[in-house]
Ligand binder design. Sequence first.
Ligand SMILES: O=C(O)CCC(=O)c1ccccc1C(=O)O
Ligand SMILES: [Mg+2]
Length: 343
Amino acid sequence: MRFDPFSLSLTRPLGTANGPIESREGFLVRVSANDDGEQVTGLGEATPLPGWTESLADCRAALERGDPDATTPAARHGYSLARADAEARETDVRLCARLAAEHGVGPSADAVPVNATVGDDTPTETADAVREMVESGFDVVKIKVGAREPEADRARLRAARDAAPDAELRADANGAWGRETAAEMLDAAAELDYAYVEQPLPADDLTGLAELRGCGVGVAVDETLASHAVAAVLDADAADVLVLKPMALGGPDRTLDAAQTARDAGVEAIVTTTIDGVVARLGALHVAAAIPDVPACGLATGSLLADDLAPDPAPIREGAMSVPDGPGLAGDALQALSHPGDS
Ligand SMILES: O=C(O)CCC(=O)c1ccccc1C(=O)O
Ligand SMILES: [Mg+2]
């Protein structure tokens, strides 16, 4: 395994309840395998996001030691994605097909529905951003909330609904609210026909999350899964939807395990990124493609980056992201990353 650092800026900071995300630092991971004397390179990406994963320093240290475990999820993600990509290439199948076969699920999808992501801003700017997304073909939009006063966020939820009367709308509070505010905000979201609110309460409040369910809008957990096992969330009846981030869960295999556990318990699962480079976004796309009839996923985050590791080979058309041809992550499309010496 080898790994090389990178730093990617966002086009503009993404406003969240935990402050803006401005750039993403991580490591491009490469592993080599020998297939009938031919060298096969698998690509992975370890892009830690403190609060969700280990720190950048701990990620580097884990990659240096080799074979990272789930205590350093970003490092494990980079390594396990690279291995899975190499194995898919060796067997000449798309990554999603390999993941689906390993997990005993049926044929993987050729495209995955995705949501647009709109950061914190004024009600007017929020409405403009939502309108722009719907005009460019998205029919599901997620709005970040929790960075301003509840009353201001209620105005934003309303402005977004007015701007997109027919869209599926979601909100993401990133754990910003207490129980009382969360209950009020969920009532407002239900009234405006939002589909669900992501992490309305802090990660550890499983009891509070369970009590919020059933008020006319779904409860989704995201941060909760960075510190609690899926089984604990299901036992607590704490969610209608699990938001699965392969980077925070420690890799594509662990993410698909989590999705299956949720589905078996009748709980929905979607896949999103932590605003990753193209390699990890593609990895997340393949995971999503291996989940039968997956709802819209938070994978449309490439446009938030000002630069990237390589051109994105997974275009979004009419609200769906197409899965590139194989083998592996994207056939020859990421050749320049696999063989950095060539031109
Ligand atoms: O889910 C999406 O639409 C995009 C990803 C996203 O919102 C996100 C990106 C980085 C860190 C946290 C989150 C989050 O879902 O809370
Ligand atoms: Mg979230």
